[in-house]
Write a protein that binds this ligand. Structure first.
Ligand SMILES: Cc1cc2nc3c(=O)[nH]c(=O)nc-3n(C[C@H](O)[C@H](O)[C@H](O)COP(=O)(O)OP(=O)(O)OC[C@H]3O[C@@H](n4cnc5c(N)ncnc54)[C@H](O)[C@@H]3O)c2cc1C
Length: 445
């Protein structure tokens, strides 16, 4: 029987292994970390399920995780990012003053409209020097006149901070011309908190041959098969599926023999890979509005610093426990990654005190922070479309080279940067192998 080695037990690796396994193929999944899940990683040390990687089912309509979460009985709740309901987000101004949320939310909508107008008019009437980056696009964005300060904050948040967070990257590096290639599924996102993504990955891994703590260092591939070198020895395979993050491919730490084709290497370097970090804090009580999903701060930055701790997500809204998280993307994430835990937690608590204008907030009783940028098995958070990237680069990345196949979020043509994109890419790659080498097979997925 033919054997497939799948490298990485994140969402893509799990689904590639599962699809092959269910089709009756011997598939072994090698995972460097001592755990499965990759960039989905649920922490339970603070008494709630806190997802340190993927936390939302982004766009539940048509998302494969919606029926899985439902079937497994995982608790989830909607997050209203645009504040459509008008009362689940609270934003604070420069001195911590609560902003008028009707005005602020109107800014969200005005920002979304201005963005659509700008994108459309550039398509219809392209200027000689078209914008290359999000920063270029924002420079000429039409702005409604006479906006109140609250509306202006809402506008800027929606067209700028919101997008840099979605891409986990800086506005100067985000490719304006490829922004519409990433497709969002419809519906308000679901935040899963009862067991988190771990409940899903544990379910998907059930019955599979997954070897954790096995780091792959070298893959030699030929027309007839491949040899995979790892910390647990050499594995012979008929096919190999590589699902490691783009950050790992960029760092060139897995040696391919022969080298990957130049076209693929160039695509790997051109596609962007961003940074996005979280710090989760548990307090002895709620010191922030318990009934808000998200808090947004436009507080004046400290001298010589960017404006840090702008975004907060209230896990307590869903769980009833006093747990809140702050998150940073792009340059802000790189900035706070220089801090030790004491500084990060101290500064986060101070920012919470300033934002809520409550100097009496005590220190948190527990915390967890992420370190995706420095983790050798991720080297960042997720892919984004970088200035200079070509429209076909993701397709080039996912194309097989003989018996060497590729999957993972960065290879997905339109659901990149998501857990469901990784999930689909794993199924797709397994089906390619089955179609190309096994003839007609039936699937139970
Ligand atoms: C902070 C953060 C927040 C996010 N939020 C969301 C969200 O809310 N919703 C959403 O849909 N998506 C979100 N994402 C994106 C989502 O988590 C990823 O797109 C998805 O999980 C990637 O899956 P993957 O299988 O492609 O890669 P990974 O999950 O990274 O899997 C790759 C695996 O390869 C392993 N590996 C690496 N090197 C080696 C080696 N040499 N040998 C063996 N194994 C190796 C890694 O350990 C890892 O397990 C978020 C990501 C981050 C980081």
């Amino acid at each position: 029987m033919k054997k497939v080695i799948v490298v990485g037990a994140g969402m893509a690796g799990l689904m590639a292994t599962r699809t092959l396994h269910e089709a009756g193929v011997e598939a072994i999944c090698l995972e460097a970390r001592p755990r499965i899940g990759g960039r989905t990683h649920t922490d339970n040390s603070l008494g709630v399920s806190a997802d340190l990687g993927a936390a939302w089912i982004h766009g539940p309509i048509g998302n494969p995780f919606t029926p899985i979460a439902h079937e497994l009985g995982i608790e989830y709740g909607e997050t209203d990012f645009i504040n459509r309901s008008g009362n689940v987000v609270q934003a604070y101004g420069k001195k911590g003053e609560p902003l008028d949320m009707v005005e602020y939310t109107a800014g969200h909508y005005a920002g979304a409209a201005a963005f659509a107008l700008q994108s459309g008019s550039l398509l219809v009437d392209p200027p000689e020097s078209a914008p290359q980056s999000l920063a270029d696009g924002l420079a000429s964005l039409p702005r409604p006149e006479g906006m109140s300060q609250a509306k202006q904050f809402g506008f800027d948040f929606w067209v700028d901070l919101h997008l840099t967070y979605l891409c986990a990257a800086d506005r100067e590096t985000i490719n304006w011309n490829l922004m519409d290639t990433t497709v969002r599924l419809p519906g308000d996102d679901y935040f899963i908190y009862g067991g988190g993504y771990k409940a899903i990955t544990t379910h998907l891994a059930d019955g599979l041959d997954i070897r954790t703590g096995v780091e792959v260092t070298q893959i030699a591939y030929q027309d007839s098969g491949a040899m995979v070198e790892s910390s647990a020895g050499t594995f012979a395979a008929d096919f190999v599926v590589v699902t490691v993050p783009l950050g790992v491919l960029k760092a060139d730490v897995i040696k391919f023999s022969p080298s990957l084709p130049t076209k693929k290497q160039e695509a790997i370097q051109r596609i962007g890979f961003g940074q996005y970090e979280k710090v989760v804090l548990r307090f002895d009580d709620f010191y922030w509005p318990r009934d808000k999903q998200r808090l947004i701060s436009f507080h004046d930055p400290a001298e010589n610093e960017p404006q840090l701790f702008p975004l907060w997500f209230n896990i307590g809204y869903y769980t009833g426990e006093p747990v809140i998280l702050a998150y940073h993307a792009g340059a802000l994430a790189r900035f706070i990654n220089e801090w030790d835990d004491e500084t990060l937690v101290g500064r986060a608590t101070e920012a919470l005190r300033q934002m809520t204008r409550n100097e009496t907030i005590p220190d948190p009783v527990g915390y967890v922070r992420t370190g995706w940028e420095r983790d050798p098995f991720s080297r960042g958070s997720y892919s984004f479309d970088h200035v200079g990237q070509k429209a076909g680069d993701r397709d080039t990345l996912r194309q097989p080279v003989g018996r060497l196949y590729f999957a993972g979020e960065a290879t997905h043509p339109h659901f990149n940067a998501s857990a469901h994109g990784a999930y689909e890419s794993g199924i797709w790659v397994a089906r390619q192998i089955l179609k190309n080498y096994y003839g007609n097979v039936t699937f139970s997925i």
